[in-house]
Structure formats: C-alpha cells, structure tokens
Design a protein around this ligand. Structure first.
Ligand code: AKG
Ligand code: FE2
Length: 282
C-alpha cells in the first residue's frame, strides 16, 4: 500500500510503532482490559482443564472449548470483545498500522503454563521466537497483545532472551535450504496452509534449533519479566526471544503485519535474516 496514505502527523503517530519495533515488547501503562461480572465464571478451572491447551476464536469459529452451550456462548463473546479491544488499543497507539493490520486468532489460556508436559517443539517454557509450522507468514510480522486476567493476583512469568540478531546467527548459518519442491509438497499435502518461503523455513529452523537444544536452554542468558494480574503487553513474538514460565488465565490476540507497515523495516526478522544470509528470503 502507498506509504503516503498515512496520517499527516507521521512523527507522533509513528513514535509508538518505532519503539515497539525496536524494543519488541511494551507493557501498557494504565487501564487495561477487565472481565465483566458475568464473565468471571469463565475462569472456573473446570472450563479449562480439558485436552485443549487454549480456547481460541478465529474465522472458523470457536476451538478447544469444552463447556455447555451457555458457557460456550459467553466464551465466544468474551474472545470477540477482547479481540476488538486489542485491535482498537493497538490502532490508538500505532495508527500507521491501520491499513495493514490483519487479525489472527484470539485465545484464552486458562491452564497453568507450568502444568502438563508437551513435546519439546511445542513447549513454550523453552526460549524461542514464534514460527508456526502450518502457517507460513511469508515475512509478515507476528504481533500479539496479551492480558493477564488471573483473578487471584498471580503474575504471568516470562523470560526474555538475547537480541534477535544474536539468536538468529546461532541457527541461521548452519541451516540447509529447503529441498527442491519441499514447499510445494508441504502445501499439496495440507501440512502448510500456504507456501513456505525461504524465510519461513529459516524461522522454523531457528524456533526448533533453540527449543531442541538443551545446552542452549540451560546456558542462555535471559531476564525475568513478571506481568502482574491486570497487565497487558504488546509483543512482536517473531523477534523477541521469549519463554512463558508460569501463570494462568491470559487472553491473547494475534495480528499479522506486512513489512510495508513497518516504521523500522530494518528491525524486522526478514530483513535481519537477509542481512545475515546475504539472500533474498521473501
Ligand atoms: O502463553 C504465554 O504467555 C506465551 C506462550 C508463547 O510463547 C506463545 O504463545 O507464543
Ligand atoms: Fe511463543
């Protein structure tokens, strides 16, 4: 889209976007999203201890809920309300994203992060950048808005690791390229929803490389962040090296943004990886 279509007050409009793209993670000050009285019952552990890790809402409707019809309808309404709030909050802070912002799924994470064991690749307690095996982004950014809605004052505990560039260099340089027709085959088999680009292959290699390396996980330097109950934070999870260590009851909205939307395109993983590898990736 044409860059000149932006609001004329570009400098002030872009301040938040620039900071977010440079720093990757910003905790929102002040008032945040709060549950309504009739939504409190959705925090009941009985609703959340089913098989699904999350309940989520997307174009195909609600997934992962194990509740009666009335509770399911309330969950769906809550997720829709959260998605709309997250979108508006983001656009108030970063109006330049308006023409480009693509809504992904909205999720409710009732379960304790430190609960059930999952496969190492799915284990978000290990430091990683987000890359989804079935959903190539083709270089678009993954931006997520989280809110800790824990009713008992429990913080959500994350660890945040090294800069993306340092992280990427560990894995990007030893990565093989895709095999001939690998992207086409994955798509034909329905394993990916669209065609994986060289960027997507590389991001998955970085994601898996970090999660599947116990030596890296135990030695990596990372700082702890405790998001208090009630807090919201906005994070580019494709560039912030993160791990979720503890907490329960979070809401989350995923957005996708193309590189043209970036105020600081040089800070985008696609551009950093292109610099590192010397190849065009998207
Ligand atoms: O649930 C969380 O706090 C974050 C987990 C995570 O790494 C993710 O959703 O990408
Ligand atoms: Fe993640």
């Amino acid at each position: 889209m044409d860059q000149t279509a932006h609001h004329p007050a570009d400098d002030t409009d872009d301040r938040f976007a620039r900071r977010l793209e440079r720093e990757g993670l910003i905790v929102l000050p002040g008032a945040s999203f709060a549950l309504r009285a009739e939504e409190q019952s959705l925090l009941d552990p009985a609703l959340g201890d089913g098989r699904a890790k999350n309940v989520s809402l997307g174009p195909g409707g609600l997934r992962g809920a194990q509740a009666d019809a009335a509770a399911t309808a309330r969950l769906e309404a809550l997720l829709a309300r959260y998605g709309a709030w997250a979108r508006q909050t983001l656009l108030d802070l970063a109006p330049r994203y308006g023409p480009y912002l693509e809504m992904g799924r909205t999720s409710f994470r009732p379960r304790a992060v430190d609960g059930a064991a999952v496969s190492p690749r799915k284990d978000d307690r290990r430091l990683h950048v987000d890359a989804f095996a079935s959903q190539p982004t083709g270089g678009r950014r993954i931006l997520r808005v989280f809110t800790n809605i824990n009713p008992d004052g429990e913080a959500r505990h994350w660890r945040v690791g090294e800069r993306f560039e340092d992280h990427a260099r560990r894995w990007a340089t030893r990565q093989r390229g895709p095999l001939p027709f690998e992207a086409e085959l994955l798509q034909a088999l329905g394993i990916t929803r669209s065609r994986r680009t060289p960027y997507d292959f590389l991001m998955l290699a970085i994601h898996d490389g970090a999660k599947l390396d116990p030596a890296y996980q135990s030695a990596a330097r990372a700082r702890d962040i405790l998001f208090p109950a009630g807090a919201s934070w906005i994070v580019y999870t494709d560039s912030v090296v993160h791990a979720a260590m503890a907490g329960r009851h979070a809401l989350e909205q995923t957005f996708y943004l193309p590189l043209e939307a970036m105020a600081e395109p040089a800070a985008a993983p696609a551009r950093i990886l292109e610099r590192i590898t010397g190849r065009a990736l998207v």
